[in-house]
Design a protein around this ligand. Structure first.
Ligand SMILES: Cc1cc2nc3c(=O)[nH]c(=O)nc-3n(C[C@H](O)[C@H](O)[C@H](O)COP(=O)(O)O)c2cc1C
Length: 258
């Protein structure tokens, strides 16, 4: 069974490709559990002990994406097997995301990973000055390298071998233990999102929000509801590039995995 979260499709692609390579079609988007997780009913999942259990998650601020962290806290996974793996999908590097995934899996479900590795995919963080999407050339290079890497990861999973590719980056402690908590506490506000004059009220932003955080108001304009997780699905998937974040994104590129 493969659990994944995604904003802009990179992690979905990794989950599906790994599933294809290891012959596992049981792939779960954790946003599909949203109502049970948020509604308090909780989620309980039975996984056969012969199955492989893989978690695929985008790296946000050198740690786990908020939705995956919340899912790991709330889900009860009934699994007595030993084939547990993590794949962290980043743009550049992952800081403490690996430790976080290991900690959360152990703390809430007593699951121990055989390995947690990272895969670089095109960058999607565009809501802060100084960041932005990759050039087309760099994005293509990352996608090609990721394909090679996913074959290696799948082989390691199937043969029960170690696989230690993990790009930690500089200052992991500072980024993972100080920047990450501050990022989660102070940058999740969606107040700066708005749709500009290019909006055609198609509702793609509403459909694609994994957190059900967008609706169309009475004038059929998107309205953000205050529980954003900053996956940036809305801004990248808008077909008219009409969604903006303050005065930062007007000239920035957009990307999602097609
Ligand atoms: C809020 C946010 C924070 C991010 N932080 C990091 C980071 O710390 N390190 C990194 O390498 N990439 C970072 N990225 C880039 C994503 O991890 C990367 O583009 C990933 O492939 C996106 O996966 P997805 O398409 O499945 O959402 C960030 C992206 C977002 C939206």
């Amino acid at each position: 069974m493969i659990f994944y979260f995604t904003g802009t499709g990179n992690s979905k692609h990794v989950a599906e490709r790994i599933g294809e390579l290891i012959g596992d079609s049981n792939i779960k988007f954790i946003a599909d559990y949203y109502d049970d997780i948020i509604g308090g009913k909780g989620v309980s999942v039975d996984v056969d002990s012969n199955e492989t259990l893989v978690f695929v998650c985008p790296v946000h601020s050198w740690g786990l994406a908020k939705s995956m962290r919340r899912f790991l806290k709330k889900v009860k996974i009934n699994y007595s097997g030993s084939k547990v793996y993590g794949i962290l999908v980043c743009g550049d590097n992952c800081g403490k995301a690996r430790e976080q995934l290991q900690e959360e899996l152990w703390k809430h479900n007593r699951l121990k990973c055989n390995f947690v590795c990272s895969v670089q995919m095109p960058n999607t963080y565009i809501v802060m000055k100084g960041f932005g999407t990759d050039s087309e050339e760099l994005a293509a290079q990352k996608l090609a390298a990721a394909e090679v890497q996913m074959k290696e990861i799948a082989e390691a999973i199937m043969e029960g071998k170690p696989y230690d590719h993990y790009v930690v980056g500089t200052h992991p402690f500072l980024k993972g233990r100080i920047v990450y908590p501050l990022f989660m506490a102070f940058t999740m506000s969606d107040k700066k999102f708005y749709a500009d004059f290019n909006c055609v009220s198609c509702g793609k932003c509403v459909e694609s929000c994994p957190e059900k955080n967008i609706r169309l108001d009475s004038k059929k304009r998107p309205e953000w509801l205050g529980h954003c997780v900053k996956c940036l699905s809305c801004i990248h998937r808008c077909p008219k590039h009409a969604i903006q974040y303050g005065d930062i994104t007007q000239k920035m590129g957009r990307y999602y995995y097609k």
